[in-house]
Design a protein around this ligand. Structure first.
Ligand code: GLA
Length: 553
């Protein structure tokens, strides 16, 4: 009977597991009735990039507010510009009031808050539920026993968000300390989001939903993969405690701080979003790379985080700390988000199914990083590189009319492919293929000529579009991208209307100028763009479909 369960033991285990889950999912207290943070807060906090260093000052905070507006972050939903520890002078004034540090904030905190508000954004501040804040060298004044005075001062400065830390708490009960500040904030009459930062020490998920709008579940994050993973593992199991107005907080983002790879940052961002975590940018946006903005501004991923249903994604399957995870997040419109996360050191195929995620097919799967769309009647599966996360939005597909490109002549790269395969990382949209990570390409360039639209592919590659007999022709400039080294790259581009080949570039190498292909598509249901290796043993086959234009009725 080795490996077989006795019926009694199975029953006992079932009863035990029901009891365990009853304990684990004990209903949390009601959320605060103030209507704040109905979706997880989004914004910025300086701590992960500056800590207490001198570059944390008025110019930085104003600069971040400017970038929120100028670089599209405000439009993407980022709202709070928050300052962390080290903003104050070491001593209170003679009246017991907090004093802004004269070097960092020579015009005071209100002036900075006013500036942030003038941009249509909100402003947040920090102190500790202790006698002093956490900074060891200086120990700035904390809020313990000064709750009402400090809350009034924050409100008078126009503070919209308070992060309340846990250092130097004198052993006073956490519930008592945090609720005292909650009450003091309420008394000001100003709506202030209240963020508890007691690092999960007193299991705040069990008692803090009537105390604050979010609570840290762990100690501090840092810009390393192992630490990000420790935090993820602790936070991912707390899904039953999160909801509108009361969120688990696995700490602020490290995206853009430079010590993790682009793949790891995309996973960090995807996982935080599917866990409905606050999205507080923790990098100095004045200095980050363009890639950082591409990650932080992925609106499809942000939409998962900000979904109004307010459910934290649930991990439905894991093969352990260095294995693979499947996480599912139900969404307000009935869609579901699915993350296939590979924690291991090598590429893995991760599979789930519509029935496992509780979705009746047929369904449309949209990959929220590559933007490709396909339909499925059951399987949800992807080959996922080490430390990468594939995120799908799964929506109902009724088999009804499928979208085709708009009437007129338009950029094909604006339209979603139904599927794509590629020989080196994913097909890139409006960029060369670059390296193996999604989004890491450069401007499409063939023989010195740049193109703002198109696809960066690598042989062997196919990109397929549903055109539903609506489109008459496609024109495109094809060639090997200049990003390959001299003498490298040799490919053939082919265009298919259903199974008929309608254009063929012949062999093109890295030294050839772009070749213009024009193909007729009459009556085709599907358009397929194919790049093949020219079969001459020359590698680095980076093939660009530059400025593809499609004409449809
Ligand atoms: C604690 C918090 C951090 C940060 C620092 C500031 O460590 O958990 O997020 O606020 O204090 O000193």
């Amino acid at each position: 009977m080795l490996g077989k369960e006795s019926p009694m033991r199975t029953l006992a285990l079932a009863v035990l597991s029901t009891m365990v889950s009853a304990v684990l999912v004990a209903p949390a207290a009601e959320a605060l009735p103030d209507g704040l943070a109905l979706t997880p807060p989004m914004g910025f906090n300086n701590w992960n990039t500056t800590a207490c260093r001198a570059e944390f000052n008025e110019a930085m905070v104003k600069g971040i507010a400017d970038i929120f507006v100028n670089k599209g972050l405000k439009d993407a939903g980022y709202e709070y510009v928050n300052i962390d520890d080290c903003w104050a002078e070491k001593s209170r004034d003679a009246q017991g009031k907090l004093v802004p540090n004269k070097t960092r904030f020579p015009n005071g905190i209100k002036a900075v808050a006013d500036y942030v508000h003038s941009k249509g954004l909100k402003f947040g501040i920090y102190t500790s539920a202790g006698t002093k804040t956490c900074n060891k060298d200086n120990g700035f004044p904390g809020g313990l026993n000064h709750e009402e005075s400090d809350a009034q001062q924050f409100a008078s400065w126009g503070v919209d968000y308070l992060k309340y830390d846990n250092c130097n708490n004198q052993g006073v009960d956490a519930k008592q300390r945090y609720r005292k500040m909650r009450d003091a904030l309420k008394k000001t009459g100003r709506p202030i989001v209240f963020s508890l930062c007691e690092w999960g020490q007193n299991k705040p998920w069990e008692w803090a939903s009537d105390t604050g709008h979010l609570w840290r579940t762990t100690g501090d994050i840092n810009d390393t993969w192992p630490r990000t993973m420790d935090i993820y593992e602790k936070n991912v199991v707390l899904d039953s405690y999160a909801g509108p107005g009361h969120w688990n907080d696995p700490d602020m983002l490290e995206v853009g701080n430079g010590k993790m790879s682009a793949t790891q940052y995309r996973s960090h961002f995807s996982l935080w979003a599917i866990m409905a975590a606050p999205l507080l940018i923790g990098s100095d946006l004045r200095k980050v790379s363009a890639d950082t903005f591409t990650i932080l501004e992925n609106k499809d991923v942000i939409a998962l985080d900000q979904d109004k249903l307010g459910k934290q994604g649930k991990r439905i399957r894991t093969t352990g700390k260095s294995g693979v995870d499947v996480i599912v997040k139900p969404l307000a419109n009935g869609d579901k988000a699915v993350a296939l996360f590979n924690k291991s050191g090598s590429t893995q195929t991760i599979s789930t199914s519509l029935s496992e995620i509780g979705f009746s097919g047929p369904a449309q799967l949209k990959d929220l990083w590559t933007k490709s769309v396909r339909t499925t009647t059951g399987a949800i599966s992807a080959s996922v590189p080490s430390h990468a996360t594939v995120v799908y939005r799964v929506s109902k597909s009724d088999g009804g009319p499928r979208p085709t490109p708009p009437a007129g002549t338009t950029d094909l790269s604006e339209f979603e492919a139904t599927s794509s395969t590629n020989g080196w990382g994913p097909v890139e949209i409006d960029k060369s293929v670059g390296s193996q990570a999604a989004g890491d390409g450069k401007t499409l360039t063939i023989n010195g000529v740049t193109h703002s639209k198109g696809f960066g592919a690598h042989a062997a590659s196919t990109i397929e579009f549903y055109v539903g007999k609506k489109c008459s022709s496609v024109t495109v400039d094809v060639g090997v991208d200049d990003e390959v080294a001299a003498g490298r790259g040799s490919v053939v581009f082919e265009v298919f209307a259903d199974s008929t080949k309608v254009a063929d570039s012949g062999r093109l190498t890295g030294t050839d100028p772009a070749k213009k292909l024009t193909a007729s598509l009459s009556e085709a249901e599907n358009l397929r763009l194919v790049v093949t290796d020219a079969g001459d043993g020359i590698n680095s086959d980076h093939g660009d479909w530059a400025s593809p234009r499609i004409t449809c009725s």
